[in-house]
Structures are given as C-alpha cells and as structure tokens.
Write a protein that binds this ligand. Structure first.
Ligand code: FES
Length: 115
C-alpha cells in the first residue's frame, strides 16, 4: 500500500461515554460504567501492545438503551458490554484474534425503542 494511502491507525474503537441526567428516558452509557470500562480497555490495549489500535471516547452513538455500547472500525462491528470480562473477551477475540464476540454483538436490526 502506498504510504500516503496507509491509515494512521488500522483500528478505531469508539466507546460511548455520554452522560445524561438521572431518570432520562433513554438512559446513557455512563450509567452503565462506560467511562471506567473505556479506561480499562485503553490500559489493556497498551499492555497488550496492540499495534495501530486507538480507543477513544465517543459522544452518544444513538443506541443508548442497548448500552454501554462501542463500535469498532474499519469493520463497523458493534458491541454492548457490562463488565471487564466483556472487555477482555472483545480484546482477545476481536482485536487480537480477528473474530467476533457473538454473545455481545449488536446487529443492525437491533433498534432502540423510540419513546
Ligand atoms: S448514551 Fe451511549 S449510545 Fe446514547
């Protein structure tokens, strides 16, 4: 691949860390601990030395009711997660192994209920 065409990062992980007031009808990913889980994921990516992988916070990704949620590009694969074990499984299976964590995966037809 031409150097100019090579991406700066091969993989981007966007973790929603949006915060809404308590009681909001859609909830928010922060309610589910997304900030701490994002921090954990960032630290683990560094420890594992995953090349060319960037974990970033994202604002609302509009799948709040299914959260906390993340999306991984370039594949465009979404996951809903709750725990550090979930993060570890996504790291090991998806980012290291190139597979998919089917039990956590959000499919395009999983649409949050609109209020
Ligand atoms: S608050 Fe996370 S997707 Fe909306």
């Amino acid at each position: 691949m031409d150097t100019a065409e090579r991406p700066y990062f091969e993989t981007h992980v966007f973790c929603c860390t949006n915060v809404r007031p308590p009681g909001h009808k859609r909830g928010c990913c922060a309610e589910g601990g997304s900030e701490k889980l994002r921090d954990y994921m960032k630290a683990r990516v560094k420890e594992l030395g995953l090349p060319s992988t960037r974990v970033n916070s994202a604002g609302c990704l509009d799948r709040c009711e299914l959260g906390p949620v993340m999306v991984i590009y370039p594949e465009g694969i979404w996951y809903g997660y709750r725990t550090r074990d979930d993060i570890d499984e996504i790291l090991e299976t998806h980012l290291v192994g190139g597979g998919r964590v089917e039990r956590l995966r959000l499919t395009p037809d999983q649409i949050p209920p609109k209020g």
